[in-house]
Write a protein that binds this ligand. Structure first.
Ligand code: FE
Length: 151
């Protein structure tokens, strides 16, 4: 890497910072609630999360690493008490895994960049995809759209 190519990097942009390498480093970066969900695959209580009912325009980033995960344009009211989307911002932004825990058969959704647990995806969503990405608010961080772009 040349000196020149390093300069534009904004150290405050989380998706350009190196990822923690150990769970101890993750504990330092995350709140205890974020750590429980992102690293321990916990689930926040329904209707308690910051984004359960949010309608602001913007991009929902990973609370662990800052990667862009969902657009507000695909968020919808699912009635579940968790922020729900019918599509990720990019199919490569998330990874899907078979999850047989808790005597259920579900599909876990993780952040493709940092591996953090986000929630699950179900096939009872609205059109056009029919998918319901049921996310934990605590795994997300809303990056609000610029005023001038939305007005
Ligand atoms: Fe991430």
């Amino acid at each position: 890497m040349t000196e020149q190519s390093r300069q534009p990097t904004d150290p405050t942009t989380p998706d350009e910072q190196p990822l923690p390498r150990t769970e101890a480093e993750w504990r330092e970066r995350l709140t205890s609630e974020q750590f429980e969900v992102l690293r321990n695959k916990g689930t926040e209580r329904a209707f308690t999360g910051e984004y359960a009912f949010s309608k602001e325009d913007g991009v929902y980033r990973c609370a662990g690493c800052g990667a862009e995960l969902f657009s507000s344009e695909t968020k919808y009211e699912s009635g579940t008490g968790w922020p729900s989307f019918w599509q990720p911002i990019d199919s490569d932004a998330v990874e899907l895994h078979e999850d047989k825990s808790l005597f259920m058969r579900r599909t876990e959704v993780t952040c493709a960049r940092c591996g953090g647990h986000l929630g699950h995806v179900f096939n009872d969503g609205p059109r056009p995809t029919g998918e319901r990405y049921c996310m934990n608010s605590v795994s997300l961080q809303l990056d609000p759209a610029d005023e001038e772009r939305t007005s």
